[in-house]
Design a protein around this ligand. Structure first.
Ligand code: ZN
Ligand code: ZN
Length: 149
């Protein structure tokens, strides 16, 4: 177990905010169909932590995704924020909802039966930076005067 990190995070619109103490060794990918549907992704990138180490500063809303579990999300912008069994002491939060998700590495695959294999090792695909997509950058500049991070 690594030393716990203090991290903040939230949804895309800012309505939901949280503060977490987490062990980066507890990061993993869930490939189950429920998580694929709940996030719209090919897998859900989660970090598992103790509920006691998570403080919701505002929000979230909860969706009862099955008789045994629920998922926090933002009712305004729709960001999926995690997963939690109805009974238990732990919760998953989505890696992408952290303010600084960089440097956190996955340590295992869960629900490996439904892995989208073609989406596991994508390191050889060509890379296209946003900054080279001039039409998109111009849309941002026209709308807001600058390009967001
Ligand atoms: Zn939101
Ligand atoms: Zn899952």
């Amino acid at each position: 177990m690594s030393e716990k990190l203090e991290k903040t995070g939230g949804c895309q619109c800012g309505q939901v905010r949280y503060r977490a103490r987490l062990d980066p060794d507890q990061a993993y990918l869930c490939h189950c169909r429920m998580c694929q549907r709940a996030t719209g992704g090919v897998a859900a990138a989660f970090i598992n932590l103790e509920i006691a180490d998570l403080e919701w500063e505002s929000g979230p809303d909860w969706y009862a995704s099955s008789p045994i579990a629920k998922r926090p999300f933002c009712s305004n912008c729709g960001t999926p924020l995690g997963f939690c069994f109805n009974e238990g002491e732990n919760i998953d939060i989505t890696v992408g909802s952290l303010d600084d998700p960089y440097g956190i590495e996955p340590h295992w695959h869960f629900a490996s039966e439904t892995i989208h294999e073609a989406w596991i090792d994508m390191s050889k695909l060509p890379r296209k930076p946003i900054k080279e997509y001039e039409a998109l950058n111009q849309k941002w500049i026209d709308a807001t005067g600058s390009v967001p991070e």
